[in-house]
Structure formats: C-alpha cells, structure tokens
Design a protein around this ligand. Sequence first.
Ligand code: NAD
Length: 336
Amino acid sequence: MKVLVTGGAGFIGSNFVRYMVKKYPEYQIVNLDLLTYAGNLENLKEIENKPNYKFVKGDIADHEFINGFFAEEKFDYVINFAAESHVDRSITDPGIFVRTNVQGTQVLLDAAKNIGVKKYLQVSTDEVYGTLGETGYFTEETPLAPNSPYSASKAGADLLVRAYHETYGMPVNITRCSNNYGPFHFPEKLIPLMIINALHDKDLPVYGDGLNVRDWLYVEDHCEAIDTVLHKGVVGEVYNIGGNNEHTNIEIVKTILKHLGKPESLIKFVKDRPGHDRRYAIDATKIRTELGWEPKHTFETGIKETIDWYLENKDWWENIISGEYQQYFKQQYGDR
Ligand code: NAD
C-alpha cells in the first residue's frame, strides 16, 4: 500500500506519520508538506531515515504539480491533514484559508479521482458544527454552521469531499475531531502556549471569562482513530472523534499551573476572540459502536505526558519561538 499523508510536518500529521511508519513497515508512507510556518521536519527526526518513509515538499493547491505527482506515485490511500489551522490567523487573513483548505482539497480530490485511489480521508474538525449551549453534543447529523473563516473553510472542504462521493462515487471518509493536544503541538495553541509562558513566569492570556468549553483529544488517540477509519470506515461516512474530556479553558490553564508549581496570579484575562464559540462537545458513539475505537487517554494522563514532553524537549520549542514565528508571537501576545 502506498499512503499519501499531506500536512505530515504539522502537529497531528507528524504524529500520524510517525505512528504509520512504525505500525505498518510494509506500507510506503509519503509525506507531502509545503513547510509553512506550522510545518517542521524536526517533528520527524525519529523516522526520517526509515526505508518506508519519504518526504516531498509541495503545495496541495498547485493543480499542475499535484496531478503530475499523483500520476507518478499512484497512491492507494490519501489522508489530507494539510491546512491553515489557526483560528486567530483566519480572522486577520481569511484568504489563505480558502486557498489551502478549500481549493487545496478540491485539487487533491481531482487528482485522487483521476488515479482511482482506494480511499480519500479528509481530516476535519468539530468546529464545522458551530457552537453549543451548555448541554447537547455534536453528532454526525448536526447541521454545519461554522462561525470563523477557519471553520467555514473546513466546512467548504467537507462539502466538496461529500460531493465527490455523491457525484463521482469516490471512496471517501470525513473525520471530525475535537481539540487535539500532545507532543509537537505548535507554541501558538492554548496548551503549549500556557506551558511555555508559565515556564518563563510570563502572563497566561485567557480569552474572555475563560469559560469556553472544549473537548480534548490526546493526539495519539486521534492517530489510532484515523487508522481505524482508514481501514474499517464505511465509504461515504462521516465519523466524529472525541476524547470524552470536556474542560473550560480556565480549568486547563489552572491544571497546567498546578503541574508546573506556578501561581494562578500569572493568569491574565484578555479581550475575547470575535465569534468565539462557547462550547464544543463531540458525541463519538458512531465510531465507538460501529468501528470499535475508543480513546485510551484520560485528560489527566494525557496532560501529564504532554507537560513532561515540553519539559524534556525545550530545544524543539525554543527553536520555534526564537525564529520567524517570534514576530507573530509578539504581535499576538506581547513581548516575551
Ligand atoms: P498544523 O497547522 O500543525 O499543520 C498543518 C500542516 O499543513 C503544516 O505542516 C503545514 O506546513 C502544512 N500545509 C499548510 N498549507 C499547505 C499547503 N498548501 N500544501 C501542503 N501543506 C500545507 O495543523 P494540525 O493542528 O496538525 O491540524 C491538522 C489537520 O487537523 C488540519 O486539517 C486541521 O484542520 C485538523 N484539525 C486540527 C485540530 C487540532 O486540535 N489541532 C482539531 C480538529 C481538526
């Protein structure tokens, strides 16, 4: 089997590439990534010389390149992680989100259709469902109601994937997961940002009243879920993937401070993000009952492993925050 993983130098993609390269030595895993600010080949050092792994730099939205690449490589499976993924960036610059997330998906779908892949799997997000009140859960039947340019672009991509199945009979799956956390998470996202700021005794910026609720999924559990859907998912179906771990942002921040032995006085409430969804919560009954997947990590075990990883891998994140990213970091969160 030849498997294309796009966006495999990013946070979840690199965790997935490492997982697949180790689990399936008989598969060929090809990682296609444009290496934007979020792509980092350091994430893949552990497997970069394995015989069943190859990295190719390229843009999923480049039609000519992608068509030639697919014609040459003849992939069996395509798993699309490549995306612009940060909501705050989508508020300041929505255009690139449409190009990468919507157009890029359509270009991949076309190329996958032309060579007749066995399966195309689109990695999507629970954010396409919009926001919840204090109760209820997103199921696969919940109507799409995205609120940010990021989630709107992901919803647009999902609809294209659906349409390629309905129109051309393409074998597709869509997975929609909750917030991931774990090793190699880019320092702009909530959990690593808070760990790193706390380690530097800097303010921990928390949006609004800190009571926005997210469901947290340990990244390795997510990788196993995608592997399950790739091999066992019924063609044309959507699967929600959740961690059964709902927490408010302020609970997360306080848990991190407690683990690191730092004071809660570091918490600083900042002006809320525009269109900030109040609560996301996933009903993952379908993947559990139909495909037999369940998360192995509780939030307590996952957050401990994550914090330990950041403490043991300072070089990794120090390299990131001292480079080009620093400018953005300063602009968003002040001097550090
Ligand atoms: P990320 O930002 O860490 O990684 C994205 C990767 O895509 C980067 O390596 C980047 O270089 C690459 N990329 C960007 N534009 C590209 C292009 N035009 N061509 C090729 N590669 C390109 O993102 P992530 O957090 O790992 O998320 C991966 C996927 O999972 C995304 O599709 C995202 O929407 C989805 N998702 C993420 C989360 C989460 O909590 N992180 C939750 C739900 C869904």
